[in-house]
Design a protein around this ligand. Sequence first.
Ligand code: CMP
Length: 139
Amino acid sequence: ATERTFSIIKPDATRRNLTGAVTTLLEDGGLRVVASKRLQLTKEQAEGFYAVHRERPFFGELVSFMISGPVVVQVLEGENAVARNREIMGATNPANADEGTIRKIHAESIEANSVHGSDSAENAATEIAYFFKPEEIVG
Ligand code: CMP
């Protein structure tokens, strides 16, 4: 079924001017960008977004990385968009990512891994609502 997922182009990618290159991989993979904006996250926004990881040892570094430069938050739409986006992104650690995936091609490390994507339809809905008003999404 057609569904929506949430994506972030992370600061390592915006810093290297890869917003278009990453978006092209998403589009070529069959997803449509139905909302997009470039933001400088605040510490509070990043901590809130990654609240599920608060107890992880890498939480502090993750938050400081995510506020180290601009991000592009996007809503992606397509057939099985959550799973499709995860295929297009590749594994969290670029060392384990398949050939042709965004992380294999562009990521620098497990932290600077160029993109975030929702891991379930339920989390996608929560993450989309964290950054977008309904009227900002145009399908
Ligand atoms: P993301 O999908 O944005 O969700 C949490 C992020 O934590 C993850 O991608 C990684 O970029 C980041 N991260 C940093 N260090 C680690 C680690 N050791 N294990 C898993 N994720 C990590």
